[in-house]
Design a protein around this ligand. Structure first.
Ligand code: PAF
Length: 316
């Protein structure tokens, strides 16, 4: 499976290509990224390849979604390697514009979703981050004209906000969230993992472990949100990890689920709960989450998280 991964760099080229493909009756699958591709992106591309006749990958490190104190200049840029990986995943077109091309001056528009979704969780710590994400994704969707767009669920809040934006604005793309890909020891893959020292990387394994313990407790019995939080937080604390946040939220609206709420695995009317973590390992900010839900995709993800993160625990 080798794609031509033809690189397009201007808005005009992307727009014309999209019109041509749509005219020919092709279905376009779209994977937006900031590059530094890893196996998590690989999974998005695999799904896009399976479900569409043409696959478009975008690579654009979007300055609008980085705060002034954040790692924009440090963010890994590996275009040649990324294009090779794109080829091996059967990508047809790589859209890799410059900043001036994406945001010709004066660029005066910003897309924002209500603060109820954007000023919570990561949004409390990253000013205007989600406005930057929404603005670039809306622009990309207009240029690419995708039938289906693929996002990783590691960035659960991002996916939920973007899905809401697309619904509110009647965008015609289908928004598809793909479960987090993890390393053999359970760590959620991220382009930022390469910044971790060896000891930070091993300390970080307590994050998926804490989430796996939480899943295990939920699988066994009815439990309250409070009990699950305590369980996970004590695992994190044991490893010396201080959470920037660790919260339980409803999966579609992202509104708070109270600590006293009982969650049950064997009841499809039960609340569907996102448990989301963010914290620093040294200088590197990591996020991860688990969704407690009866839905098969989340059941599979929870079991996989347990398999990867708790097997070693039992061995040792
Ligand atoms: O998840 C990402 O890599 C980025 O936030 C996205 C969706 C490509 C927008 O820049």
């Amino acid at each position: 499976l080798q794609g031509s991964a033809e690189v397009l760099t201007t808005r005009e080229q992307m727009r014309l290509k999209s019109l041509e493909l749509i005219q020919k009756g092709q279905s376009i699958g779209f994977v937006p990224t900031m590059g530094a591709l890893h196996a998590g992106h690989g999974e998005l591309l695999r799904r896009a390849r399976q479900e569409n006749s043409v696959v478009v990958l975008s690579i654009f490190v979007n300055p609008k979604q980085f705060g002034p104190q954040e790692d924009l200049s440090k963010y890994p840029r590996t275009l040649l390697k990324d294009v090779d990986l794109a080829k091996s995943h059967g990508v047809d077109y790589v859209f890799a514009p410059t900043i001036d091309e994406m945001y010709p001056l004066p660029f005066l528009t910003q897309v924002s979703v209500n603060e109820k979704m954007t000023k919570i969780l990561c949004g409390q710590y990253r000013d205007n981050h989600f406005d930057g994400v929404c603005t670039v994704v809306l622009l990309l969707l207009n240029l690419v004209g995708a039938h289906r767009s693929y996002f990783g669920l590691k960035d659960f809040q991002q996916f939920t906000i973007l899905r809401k934006m697309c619904k509110d604005l009647a965008m015609s793309t289908e928004m598809i969230g793909i479960p987090t890909v993890r390393s053999e020891s359970g760590l959620a893959l991220s382009s930022r993992n390469q910044f971790l020292s060896e000891s930070e990387a091993s300390q970080a394994l307590a994050i998926p472990k804490a989430l796996a313990l939480l899943w295990q407790a939920y699988e066994k019995d009815a439990v309250t949100v409070r009990e699950l939080k305590t369980l996970a937080l004590s695992k994190l604390q044991e490893a010396g990890i201080k959470a920037q946040y660790f919260e339980c939220r409803e999966i579609d609206t992202l509104q708070v689920i109270e600590d006293s709420t009982v969650l049950e695995n064997h009841d499809d009317r039960s609340t569907e709960a996102l448990f989301a973590f963010a914290g620093f390992m040294g200088q590197t900010r990591l996020i991860d989450n688990v969704v407690l839900s009866h839905q098969p995709v989340y059941q599979l993800a929870g079991k996989e998280l347990m398999r990867l993160s708790l097997a070693r625990e039992i061995d040792s």
